[in-house]
Structures are given as structure tokens and as C-alpha cells.
Write a protein that binds this ligand. Structure first.
Ligand code: FAD
Ligand code: DLZ
Ligand code: SF4
Length: 528
């Protein structure tokens, strides 16, 4: 593990006359940042593994392993490029496990340091912490851009100033023009901005996705180090053959693999689900992107270039569907986060107060769709978008779970989960807790949708067609009960008209049966 040579390097570090300290956070592993353009012997780069970051939520083991392994690899890379690095490992005896206290110690050891620079932290929590704590060091400091995003923090807020809801589609068109992506002069390629309607195909049995590209890292020593330090976590670590990319080179390999093998079908099967097929045609690039090992523009441009060179093999809707996720959704959710924090973190528009069933932490439920999606998340620290939105998220919302509990689960379980992207997706898009800032209606469905878009139901003890009785799929009664319970807040929403028209056609006895069946599901939630 790289940590050995980092430790050796520390001796050299103490003998130098550093003038400036620059802190690199665990999700700032951007080798192309202007900070690293030329090695400068008066600059000391610092990286820290701290308990405050491992403990703000209970993380999946792969998330901690992945962040620490990527941080260590990045420090090694900086050293090899001639930069000076002080790496504070989790087991470092002097580690105070707090960024500012660690910096204070380094300043004590390096009395020539006259200034500090950090890059903008992406999470509100850490941004707030540094704004409050940096002045206490009584030394000039500067906060630089992370040079990662395609929008500035308040761009979405400015674009939608004075508006109640923030429509992604408008933002996306603005981004396509701004960055000249998939454009034909000032018009969108193919005459349409959005090919969403072509992104909802069912996955036919005979279509097999190519295998996921997996790397092989032996992280058992790091896993042992975390255990020795008593760092809590959950889920399967796969430390012996850790398969996520932990450096830029591997991240680029993953991007190339995606463009060559998966992009040709990405758009078609973007919303499809299949048991035991954990990533289908998805890129699995979110960890590399969120740690900044990859820049969003290089991912977008690589996808667009691949399409331009192979238009006979790759249809426009495949690449547009992919680019929309990164140029559109990713930047958009970040903009919502900065526009609405800190209030966003406590929004609970539907006033939900339920608990997350304990099987969200074990996968032990008889519902095939939830069992597979949760077991996969525990094993892989990954689920693709539609599993997150329409299986685990959908069920939590129908059940009436408090958005805080849902947020904590999503923030902990996925390797790509950093609050700026996790929270708007969970609290906003998935749980409708922001009352419709992000989504124009709640993303809920009965078994009908799940049966259409997946093959889960074929092997489930529950019947997707039944609404009542012991074999009835729990999604069905909860779905109608959801609309009954939230009539005061949802009935006037024109996008939900159909659900209320269907409810209005039901007899009182039918509605009463739904209410009773949903109550039964809630009462027996731990056994279903
Ligand atoms: P692909 O399907 O291959 O998409 C390509 C890239 O587009 C992703 O890597 C990601 O960077 C971006 N992207 C796609 N959808 C979104 C989206 N809705 N918002 C932002 N970026 C998007 N994404 C995270 O990166 N971190 C999270 O913590 C996170 N939490 C989520 C929680 C919920 C409840 C939901 C519904 C979605 C969440 N997402 C999150 C968005 C999305 O599910 C993941 O980005 C995606 O599943 C990652 O897998 P992938 O790289 O294979 O994505
Ligand atoms: C996710 C994570 C973890 C588990 N640990 C660390 C850490 O010890 N040190 C660090 O600098 N970063 C870590 N991270 C990533 C941070 O949580 C991330 O940098 C912030 O959330 C800022 O967006
Ligand atoms: Fe999920 Fe219901 Fe289908 Fe079972 S029947 S897999 S619980 S949607």
C-alpha cells in the first residue's frame, strides 16, 4: 500500500521551509487542477484521513476503502510528480481527526508557513466548518475553485430567480448552448433537445449487457487498519479484490470501456432493471466523477466524440440520454443544493415520520425487487438510478418514512454518495420532501411500473396484479393509500390528475379495503 512511502516522505517534509499549506479533501483528487501545474518546493500539500469524515453518517465499507485508497494513490501521484505532500493517515499517532486541529499541528511544525489555501468544499457541512474554523488559525487563507463543475454554485439559483419550481429541461438547454454540446450551430442535434421518450425500453431476455469492467486492488491491509482503528462501517468491503477505480488512469479506462461497449445501448435501457444484473449499460463513473478523478466535460466530450465517429452504430438518443445525466442532472442538482441549503436539509413537505424497515440494512425481505436492489447495494455499494428511484426510494416514500432516515441511508450506502448530489436526489427527486422544487410530481408507482420495467415480479412471492389479500404486492395498496393520505397536498397538482380520477371512480368500500390492506402492510412491514 502506498502509505509506506508516504510515511518515509514525512521526514523530508519536516526539513523543508514551506511558505504555504494547501489542503486537499478526499473528493478533490483532480490532477488537472491548476494547483498541480508546476511543482513548487515552498508549497506543502496536505491530505487527511479523519474520523470526523468517517463518522458523519454510517458509511458502506467500500465507500471508506474507496475514498482512502484513492486519496493515498493521489498523494503518491503528487509525490511522483515532484510535489511535497503531508499525508495524515487514519492510524497516524498525531492525527487529531479534525481538519483544523491537524492543520494547527502542521503549522506548529512548519513555522515558515504564511498562508493557507483550500478548494471550495462541495458539502454545505464542510463549507460552513471551514468558513468558521479557518479564521481561528490567525493566518491568511484563500478559498479557490475546485475547477471541476460546469456551473458556478449559484448559477441555477440565478437562472430561476423568482420561480417556485426549477425545471431541469430549461437548465439543460441553457447548458447545451453554453458548452456547445450536441449542437448543430444554435440548434440541438437531431432537432430535439431531449430524447427521453426513447430511454424507456424494456430489456428483452436475449439482450445481455457486457460484463462490468472491474479492477483488482488488494486493500486488505487498509481494511485491517480501519478495523484496528475501530472505524465503523457496514456492507461487504471486497477488500481482497476491490474493483472500483482508485486513480485517474483507471477512471479513464472505465470511461473508455463505457464508450466502447455500453454507450451504444445506454439510452435504450437507461430505465430497465433485471435481477442479478447490477449495472446493465450504466457507466459506473459516479465515484470517479465525484472524487474529481474525471472532469465532467471530458466525459461528455468523449461520449460525444465516440458518437460522432460511429453514428451508424450509435443512435443519437443513446448519447443524448447519457450526456443529459451529466451536463443536465448532475450540475442541476448541485445548483438546487446551493440555492436551497441549509433549509433543504430539513424539508419534509409531506410531513412523513415513519421508520425505515430494518431490512433496508440486511436485504431480508420477500419482495423480490427490494431484496435484489438492497442486497446488491450492500454487496456492491452501487445501484443504478432506476433502482434507487423506483425501487428503494419509491417504497420508502409510499411507506411514509421520514426523509432524514432516507437521506442517511442513501448517503451511507453508495460509493458515490456525497451530500451535494445525494440530498437533492433523495429528498427532492425521490421523496418529494421539497414539495416540488425538483420534481413536478412524486416519483411513486404501483407494481405495474416495476413489472413493466423489470423482470423482478416473475420470481416474487407477491402477485403484482393483486391489490388485496396475503399475496398482494405491497406496492399496490401503499400506492393508492399514498394518494388518499396526501389528497390535501397533491389533488390540485395537474400532473397527478389521472391518479385522482381513478381514485374517484372507486367505491367507498374499495377505498376502505385499500386503507386496511395498507395498514396491514405497515403493521407487518418487518415480515413482508
Ligand atoms: P450512469 O447512469 O452511467 O449516468 C452517468 C452519470 O450521470 C453518473 O455517473 C452521474 O455522475 C450522472 N447522473 C446520472 N443521474 C444523475 C442524477 N440524478 N443526479 C446527478 N448526477 C446524475 N448520484 C451520485 O453521484 N451520488 C449520490 O449520492 C446519488 N444519490 C442518489 C439517490 C437517489 C435516491 C437517486 C434517485 C439518485 C441518486 N444519484 C446519485 C443519481 C444517480 O442514481 C447516480 O448518479 C447513478 O446511479 C450513478 O451510477 P452511474 O455512474 O452508473 O450512472
Ligand atoms: C467520504 C470521505 C471519507 C469517508 N473520509 C474522508 C477523510 O477522511 N478525509 C477527507 O478529506 N475526505 C473524506 N471523505 C470525503 C469527504 O467527505 C468530502 O471531501 C467532503 O464531503 C466534501 O465534499
Ligand atoms: Fe416487487 Fe411487487 Fe413485483 Fe414483488 S410483485 S417484485 S414486491 S413489484
Amino acid at each position: 500500500m502506498p502509505i509506506k512511502s508516504l510515511a518515509t516522505h514525512l521526514k523530508a517534509v519536516f526539513m523543508s521551509d514551506f511558505k504555504e499549506l494547501r489542503l486537499i479533501l478526499g473528493d478533490q483528487l483532480n490532477r488537472q487542477h491548476s494547483w498541480f501545474a508546476t511543482p513548487n518546493s515552498s508549497v506543502l500539500f496536505c491530505m487527511m484521513e479523519v474520523r470526523s469524515e468517517t463518522a458523519y453518517v454510517l458509511h458502506h465499507k467500500q465507500k471508506i476503502l474507496g475514498f482512502f485508497a484513492a486519496m493515498r494513490a493521489f498523494a503518491e501521484e503528487l509525490l511522483s510528480l515532484g510535489h511535497q505532500v503531508r499525508y495524515v493517515a487514519i492510524s497516524d499517532e498525531k492525527n487529531t481527526h479534525d481538519f483544523i486541529q491537524n492543520i494547527a499541528l502542521i503549522l506548529k511544525e512548519n513555522t515558515d508557513i504564511q498562508s493557507i489555501r483550500i478548494q471550495e468544499p462541495d458539502e454545505y457541512r464542510l463549507n460552513d466548518y471551514f468558513h468558521q474554523q479557518l479564521p481561528t488559525l490567525a493566518i491568511p487563507f484563500q478559498i479557490d475553485s475546485s475547477e471541476h463543475f460546469l456551473t458556478h454554485r449559484m448559477e441555477v439559483a440565478e437562472l430561476f430567480s423568482g420561480k417556485k419550481s426549477f425545471l431541469m429541461e430549461r437548465f439543460y438547454q441553457h447548458m447545451r448552448k453554453k458548452w456547445n454540446v450536441l449542437m448543430d450551430a444554435d440548434q440541438p442535434m437531431g432537432g430535439k433537445w431531449n430524447f427521453d421518450a426513447s430511454n424507456r425500453k424494456k430489456l428483452p431476455k436475449e439482450v445481455q449487457a457486457p460484463p462490468a469492467l472491474l479492477f483488482q486492488h488488494d486493500l486488505t491491509a487498509l481494511e485491517q487498519e480501519l478495523e484496528n482503528q475501530g472505524i465503523p462501517s457496514f456492507g461487504n468491503g471486497h477488500a481482497q479484490s476491490f474493483y472500483w477505480p482508485i486513480n485517474r488512469q483507471e477512471s479513464l479506462q472505465l470511461l473508455n470501456y463505457f464508450c466502447e461497449w455500453l454507450l451504444p445501448h445506454f439510452g435504450d435501457y437507461q430505465d430497465a432493471m433485471r435481477p442479478n444484473d447490477w449495472s446493465l449499460f450504466h457507466s459506473r463513473l459516479s465515484f470517479a466523477l465525484n472524487t474529481k478523478m474525471l472532469h465532467p466535460l471530458e466525459v461528455i466530450q468523449k461520449a460525444e466524440d465516440t458518437w460522432r465517429k460511429q453514428q451508424s452504430a450509435i443512435a443519437l438518443h443513446q448519447v443524448e440520454g447519457f450526456i443529459r445525466q451529466i451536463l443536465g442532472w448532475r450540475e442541476y442538482v448541485r445548483g438546487i443544493y446551493w440555492a436551497k441549503m441549509p433549509e433543504y436539509a430539513s424539508m419534509n413537505a409531506l410531513e412523513l415520520h415513519g421508520r425505515l424497515p430494518s431490512w433496508y440494512w440486511t436485504g431480508k425481505t420477500q419482495m423480490a425487487c427490494l431484496r435484489d436492489s438492497i442486497a446488491q447495494s450492500l454487496d456492491k455499494a452501487y445501484a443504478h438510478h432506476i433502482q434507487r428511484l423506483m425501487v428503494t426510494g419509491n417504497f420508502a416514500l409510499l411507506l411514509g418514512v421520514h426523509p432524514d432516515a432516507v437521506d442517511a441511508w442513501y448517503l451511507g450506502i453508495y460509493i458515490d454518495a456525497i451530500e451535494w448530489v445525494e440530498m437533492p436526489n433523495t429528498r427532492g427527486m425521490s421523496q418529494f420532501a421539497d414539495g416540488g422544487i425538483m420534481a413536478t410530481k412524486p416519483y411513486v408507482s404501483s407494481a405495474n411500473y416495476l413489472q413493466k420495467m423489470s423482470s423482478y415480479c416473475a420470481n416474487c412471492v407477491y402477485d403484482p396484479k393483486l391489490r388485496y389479500g396475503p399475496k398482494a404486492c405491497p406496492f399496490n395498496s401503499l400506492y393508492w393509500d399514498f394518494f388518499l393520505q396526501h389528497q390535501d397536498k397533491l389533488r390540485s397538482n395537474p400532473r397527478i390528475g389521472m391518479a385522482y380520477r381513478n381514485l374517484d371512480k372507486m367505491s367507498d368500500a374499495e377505498k376502505e379495503s385499500i386503507i386496511q390492506q395498507a395498514a396491514w402492510v405497515r403493521e407487518h412491514i418487518e415480515e413482508i
